[in-house]
Design a protein around this ligand. Sequence first.
Ligand code: UDP
Ligand code: MG
Length: 320
Amino acid sequence: MNNSEILYMIVPCYNEEEVLDETARQLKEKYISLIDRKMISDQSRIVFVNDGSKDKTWEIISRLHEADPEFFSGINLAHNSGHQNAVLAGLMTVKDICDMAITMDADLQDDINTIDAMVEKYYEGNQVVYGVRSARDTDTFFKKFTAEGFYKFMKVMGADVVYNHADFRLMSKRVLCELAGFKEVNLFLRGMVPLIGFQSCSVYYERHERFAGESKYPLKKMLSFAVNGITSFSTKPLKLITFLGIMMCVVSIITFIWAFVVKLFGRSEIGWSSMMCSIWLIGGLQLFCLGIIGEYVGKIYSEVKQRPRYIVDKFINKQQ
Ligand code: UDP
Ligand code: MG
């Protein structure tokens, strides 16, 4: 193969001093082999994004860059902005100087050997290549259960995500430029990239255990990530409220009939029928009204995002 396009690796790092040297070593080895096989240009770089680490992460990145500037680059964020923002910061910084970019965690959980397949898929014409986990054997039962539940729940809630795909993916320059048009503040890249479209495919890999250090995604962060994903991508929860309101109104009609029948046969206490009817009816009406308000809130929410309304893939036009 002789397609020497420029590949930038974006690696977000938050307190990763224990793993960085090993990650850098393995990535450099991979780059050398890719460059030797002429799969990528020797202008390709590995960019570590330091997301406001409190340990020696930035010192290590600076040292790597000084020792090996033709392989390693670094971006230092002003403060801890979170994984998604760190990834986006890296991508947006390099989008004009690369042909393709791969995002990968620093902890070596994603299989570096998948990069070859990703690059090959890129040359086959794919603009996005998703890294998908084929097995979760190394995850604890709890992590596996919560993570898989997360993908299923996201689907039910109407957010289009690739099952078992985290943020290990290749994107072409084209996709990066389109991604720049997404102005939202609450980032959820896994939901945004499929929205962009274009030809895409998946490659499968086995996820390893963290090389060293500990996860920066405790349950609390994971839950807020899931809630953010759902509320940033779907107004289904608002619609559920409307639906619930309508259901309550239906139940209230049934309660009316029931209360009336019970009263007719003189078996009810004084005041019971009116209480029963009003509780259900008022509850139903309240939820229904909330749902209507929710519909409008949903509209405002999608308007303030100012997402691009369409993305043109090709423009075929013969000019004089
Ligand atoms: N990370 C980051 N900023 C944060 C938290 C995490 O840049 O605020 C990075 C972290 O260094 C790692 C990646 O995001 O490279 C994924 O984090 P982690 O491995 O802790 O998550 P897990 O794999 O356990 O879900
Ligand atoms: Mg990890």
